[in-house]
Design a protein around this ligand. Structure first.
Ligand code: NAD
Length: 354
C-alpha cells in the first residue's frame, strides 16, 4: 500500500481517516477525491500535510482511471456517499446516483486500470458500508453477523446494499481484490451537524428543541470514529480478499439514552466553564437549568428501523480489532471538540440560530 485514493475524504469519516492515515503512514501518497457536496468540507482537512484534494465526482470514470494511472494508486478506500437517511426519504435519486452508480464507476475504473490494462500492481478496493443493510432487529434478536441476510428498509440502506453487491460481484466475477466493512453509527469530530449528536449538541447550546423520533426507544450501536479508522486500517492490512467484516463500538443504546447523556454532558460543560454562559446565553444550561427540558417527541421517521446491533467477533478474531473508546468519554470529548471548534460548524448551519 503506497498510494491511496480516498473517496469522500472531505466528509466526516473520510477526513478522520485521512488524518489517521497521514499519522500512521507519513510517507504514503494520499489523493482525496471529493465532490464537496453540502456534506464535504475543505476545512475538515485543514492542517493535514501533503495531501491532494481533487474536487470531482466519483461517477466520472475516466477521471478516476486517470488518477489511478498517473498517481500510481494501489489502494482505494471508498467513503463517498449520500449518507443521511432522512434525505433519502425526501429524495432518493441522489442516493442511487452516488451510492450505486458512483460505486460502480469506481469499480469499472479499478478493473480497467488494475486488471484489464495489466498493470500487475497489487491493489485493494476497500468499501465502507453500514449495518443498516441488514434491516431491523427486535429487542431479543441476535446481533447482525456477516452472514445475516441483507434486508435494507430505507432508500439509503438499499443504495448501500446495492453498492455492496456490486463490490462482491467485481471480486467474484473479475478477481478485483476487495474488502467491505459494515459499521454502526459513528460519532466524533467533523460530523456534519444534521446527524444526531452534533445536531443535538448545537441545538442545546442555542436553547432549541431536541426533536426525538417516536418513543425514543430505537436502539443503535455507537462507534467512535477513531475506533472505526483503526478497524479500517486493520482490514487493509489483514482483511481477506472478498470478505466482509462488521465493525461496532460495543455501545448499544436507545436514542433517548443518548439524548439524556448529551444533555447531561452539555450541562456539565457549562458548570465547568462559566464563559460558555456568555457564548451561548439561550441554552438552559446558561441559566443553571438542564438542557433536558428541551426534549420534544415528534412523529416517527417513516420506516424507522427499531434496533441495530453488531456481532463483531469476526473482526476481533481475524483483524485483531477491538473498540477502545467508551461512549461516555467519547461523547464528552466530542462535545468538547464542538465547543472548541465553533468556526468549523457555524458556517454549516442552515441559518444562524437565534
Ligand atoms: P458524509 O456525508 O459526512 O461524507 C460524504 C462525503 O462524500 C462528502 O465529503 C461528500 O462531499 C462526498 N461525496 C458525496 N457524493 C460524492 C460524489 N458523487 N463524488 C465524490 N464525492 C462525493 O458521510 P460519512 O458519515 O463520513 O460516511 C462515510 C461513509 O461511511 C459512507 O459511505 C456512509 O454510508 C458510511 N457509513 C457512515 C456511518 C455514519 O454513522 N456516519 C455509519 C455507517 C456507514
Amino acid at each position: 500500500m503506497d498510494n491511496f485514493l480516498i473517496t469522500g475524504g472531505a466528509g466526516f469519516i473520510g477526513s478522520n481517516f485521512v488524518r489517521h492515515l497521514r499519522d500512521q503512514e507519513p510517507g504514503r501518497g494520499i489523493v482525496v477525491l471529493d465532490l464537496l457536496t453540502y456534506a464535504g468540507n475543505r476545512a475538515s482537512l485543514a492542517g493535514i500535510d501533503d495531501i491532494d484534494l481533487i474536487v470531482a465526482d466519483i461517477r466520472d470514470t475516466d477521471l478516476v482511471r486517470d488518477l489511478l494511472r498517473t498517481r500510481q494508486i494501489d489502494t482505494i478506500v471508498h467513503f463517498a456517499a449520500e449518507s443521511h437517511v432522512d434525505r433519502s426519504i425526501e429524495g432518493p435519486d441522489a442516493f442511487i446516483e452516488t451510492n450505486v452508480i458512483g460505486t460502480h464507476s469506481l469499480l469499472k475504473a479499478a478493473k480497467a486500470e488494475w486488471l484489464d490494462a495489466g498493470s500487475g500492481r497489487p491493489h485493494k478496493f476497500h468499501n465502507i458500508s453500514t449495518d443498516e443493510v441488514f434491516g431491523s432487529l427486535e429487542a431479543d434478536d441476535p446481533a447482525f453477523s456477516e452472514t445475516t441476510p441483507y434486508a435494507p428498509n430505507s432508500p439509503y440502506s438499499a443504495s448501500k446494499a446495492s453498492a455492496d453487491h456490486l463490490v462482491r460481484a467485481y471480486h467474484h466475477t473479475f478477481g478485483l481484490v476487495t474488502t467491505t466493512t459494515n459499521c454502526s453509527n459513528n460519532y466524533g469530530p467533523y460530523q456534519f451537524p444534521e446527524k444526531l449528536i452534533p445536531l443535538f449538541v448545537i441545538r442545546a447550546l442555542h436553547g432549541q428543541k431536541l426533536p426525538i423520533y417516536g418513543d425514543g426507544m430505537n436502539v443503535r450501536d455507537w462507534l467512535h470514529v477513531t475506533d472505526h479508522c483503526r478497524a479500517i486500517e486493520a482490514c487493509l492490512q489483514r482483511g481477506v480478499p472478498g470478505e466482509t467484516y462488521n465493525v461496532g463500538g460495543g455501545e448499544e443504546l436507545p436514542n433517548i439514552t443518548v439524548v439524556d447523556k448529551i444533555c447531561a454532558a452539555v450541562d456539565a460543560a457549562f458548570e465547568a466553564d462559566l464563559r460558555l454562559a456568555e457564548r451561548f446565553p439561550a441554552s438552559p444550561a446558561a441559566q443553571g437549568r438542564s438542557c433536558a427540558e428541551l426534549k420534544s417527541y415528534v412523529t416517527d421517521r417513516k420506516g424507522h428501523d427499531r434496533r441495530y446491533a453488531i456481532d463483531e467477533r469476526k473482526a476481533r478474531a481475524d483483524l485483531g480489532y477491538v473498540p477502545e473508546r467508551d461512549f461516555a468519554q467519547g461523547l464528552r470529548e466530542t462535545i468538547a471538540w464542538y465547543l472548541a471548534n465553533e468556526d468549523w460548524w457555524r458556517p454549516l448551519l442552515p441559518r444562524s440560530p437565534d
